[in-house]
Design a protein around this ligand. Structure first.
Ligand SMILES: [Zn+2]
Length: 603
């Protein structure tokens, strides 16, 4: 009877919200309470007095609930150990609202974009901005429409090249877990905008394809912004005979569906739906994963609790070997990577034993149906409402875990080029360069490291790489005839028998270089006058070229130092403030470069 009464109150709140879309559900004087649960009956008792689940999982142990103020006497009467964590959650929601207002006008390229949480439209705008800025790296697409017809946007990020292993990052299966969406947007942002300048990110995008789904549950996410900050499920219409909206998407996958840690009560926060994949959102996710067999790993982000977890959730059994060891290795490594950034320790282990049994989750389904090394990470927070100042530290530490997983997923072993690949191959001398080969999900067999090369269409010849200690190897290409087009690629084996190639699709795709003898006719760090000439049009009023140390502090986007760090360089309008070239042009002419005596010069 009590339960019925509390459910009716919720119905009234929902109807009010529907009547006035701008009206927000308020939680004045609602208490966030950590209750120590020691039996499943006690969970039922807490629900019956109106306790609303505020943890991401529910089971035996310390579970967070939200209680209306009037329910506190009922809670005391249950005689369960509990601790009030927040006496009035509405204060935190109000503080967050003020913060959202402050950062509302921040554009998708603004450095302050991550200073505040972003709504669905702002997330979509940033995805589109990334595609506009780097169409060579990004593709924005939808994996399908939500229950209410919103596209579920995703962004594919990779450098040119095909058939690479894929890594999938997703967030906000649960609508109120806003920090998860900001975290995956940070990962996407860094991959896109640091590709040109950060060799680590270049290696990642050269070797894997990354897909980010920032909002798996768009209807629920929008609803948390417009109506109810604590909404968890999707916005599916109630099943026949019920008045309760929504399905817990992370209980709706076909992996032990409807079992432990899920509910068949449509009013439960853990409602698993009428059948596995009964929601458009999980069906979209399933179809996307089924259509992309190259997905080897992924992380599904949630909040809160500082946890790194993997299969299984629906049963106590562990994945078979060698996967069991690999999951544990990755989980522990991600803990170390996260800890190294800000000293925050995330616990790790299989879902079932680390927290509680949970059935129908995407992590178990991805692993069971496709063997994907799928993890779930519970991010920072003591509440789903988390100060905006936590966004960047949370994202920073989790980027490093994601980086590790992307690198690990690149192949059974990982082949990279610490100094890059040679642009020119000498027609006279052998051309040597360094290759790094590291363990991936198998250990490197050093003797298997091989360079294959073909000059001018001949069959590929194999040359063993010379182990230079640790993870480094030396590769040597023999001299090539001028006018030929050398092609080359690399391979190395893992101790499990799998072979990694660079490029990943070799020999169908290969690296190439130009055959040339490199002759330096001019090298200039601009510390001395080597004969450059400045010619200014008479109409030039400001901004003539000059050789100087760039003015500091720089403003208006000007660099604050020269490129090579030697000190001087050629600059225009070297003075404080934001100035540019007016009138003109101003021309900078090099000294004469004497190419007489060179044969077939290319430059
Ligand atoms: Zn969650």
């Amino acid at each position: 009877m009590l339960r019925r009464a509390s459910a009716s109150l919720w119905l009234a709140a929902s109807l009010l919200a529907a009547a006035a879309a701008a009206e927000q559900v308020r939680y004045d004087d609602y208490k966030l309470v950590r209750v120590v649960i020691s039996s499943l009956d006690q969970i039922e008792q807490v629900h019956s007095i109106g306790g609303m689940l505020m943890s991401d999982y529910e089971g035996i142990g310390a579970i967070d609930y939200l209680f209306p103020p009037a329910a506190m006497a009922d809670l005391a009467a249950l005689h369960l150990p509990y601790q009030v964590l927040n006496d009035n959650v509405q204060n935190a929601i109000d503080t967050e609202r003020a913060s959202l207002e402050r950062w509302r006008e921040v554009g998708p390229r603004d450095p302050d974009w991550f200073a505040g949480f972003k709504n669905y439209d702002q997330i979509v705008a940033k995805l589109n901005q990334m595609e506009t800025d780097r169409p060579d790296l990004c593709t924005v697409f939808s994996i399908g429409d939500s229950f209410e017809g919103r596209p579920t946007w995703a962004i594919r990020i990779t450098a040119p090249g095909s058939e690479k292993p894929m890594v999938l990052f997703d967030a906000t299966h649960h609508a109120r877990e806003w920090i998860s969406t900001m975290t995956v947007m940070w990962i996407a942002d860094r991959l896109v905008y640091e590709y040109d300048t950060n060799p680590t990110i270049r290696d990642i995008l050269d070797t894997v394809e990354v897909v980010v789904i920032p909002v798996v549950n768009p209807d629920g996410y929008v609803y948390t912004w417009t109506t109810d900050r604590y909404w968890r499920k999707n916005r599916q219409a109630p099943p026949p005979g019920s008045y309760c909206y929504g399905v817990d998407l992370n209980r709706n996958y076909d992996a032990g569906w409807g079992g432990a840690g899920a509910s068949h009560d449509p009013c439960s926060e853990l409602y698993c739906g009428t059948a596995a994949f009964s929601t458009p959102e999980t069906a979209n996710y399933r179809d996307f994963v089924n259509a992309n067999p190259r997905i080897v790993s992924g992380i599904s982000y949630h909040s809160f609790g500082l946890l790194i977890m993997w299969p299984y959730g629906y049963m106590s059994a562990l994945p078979p070997e060698p996967d069991r060891t690999l999951f544990a290795f990755c989980g522990e490594t991600m803990h170390d990577e996260i800890f190294a950034v800000h000293g925050v320790s995330y616990d790790w282990g299989p879902i079932y034993s680390t927290i509680y049994p949970a059935s129908g989750g995407n992590v178990d389904w991805c692993y069971d149906s496709h063997g994907i090394f799928e993890f779930t990470i519970e991010l920072r927070g003591n509440d789903f409402v988390i100060p905006a100042s936590e966004i960047i530290p949370t994202a920073e530490e989790n980027f490093e875990a994601a980086r590790f997983l992307m690198e690990w997923s690149a192949g059974p072993v990982r082949i990279t080029f610490p100094q890059g690949l040679p642009e020119f191959i000498s027609p006279v001398d052998p051309t040597s360069f360094t290759v790094r080969i590291e363990d991936g999900y198998q250990s490197v067999v050093p003797a298997s490291a091989t360079l294959y090369y073909s000059y001018d269409g001949a069959a590929f010849e194999a040359a063993s790489l010379v182990h230079a200690g640790d993870t480094l190897y030396q590769a040597t290409l023999p001299p090539a005839a001028c006018g030929t087009t050398p092609r080359f690629f690399f391979s190395a084996q893992g101790d499990g028998g799998a072979t990694a190639y660079r490029p990943a699709t070799a020999p169908a795709e290969t690296f190439t270089a130009t055959v040339a003898l490199v002759t330096t006719v001019l090298a200039d760090d601009f510390e001395n006058d080597l004969g450059w000439t400045v010619i200014n049009d008479p109409s030039l009023t400001t901004g003539a070229w000059e050789r100087a140390v760039p003015f500091r502090p720089a403003s208006g986007g000007a660099p604050s130092a020269d490129f090579d760090g030697s000190g001087k360089c050629f600059v225009t309008d070297n003075r404080p403030g934001s100035f540019d070239v007016d009138g003109g042009p101003t021309r900078l002419i090099s000294p004469v470069l004497d190419l007489t005596g060179l044969q077939d010069p290319v430059f």
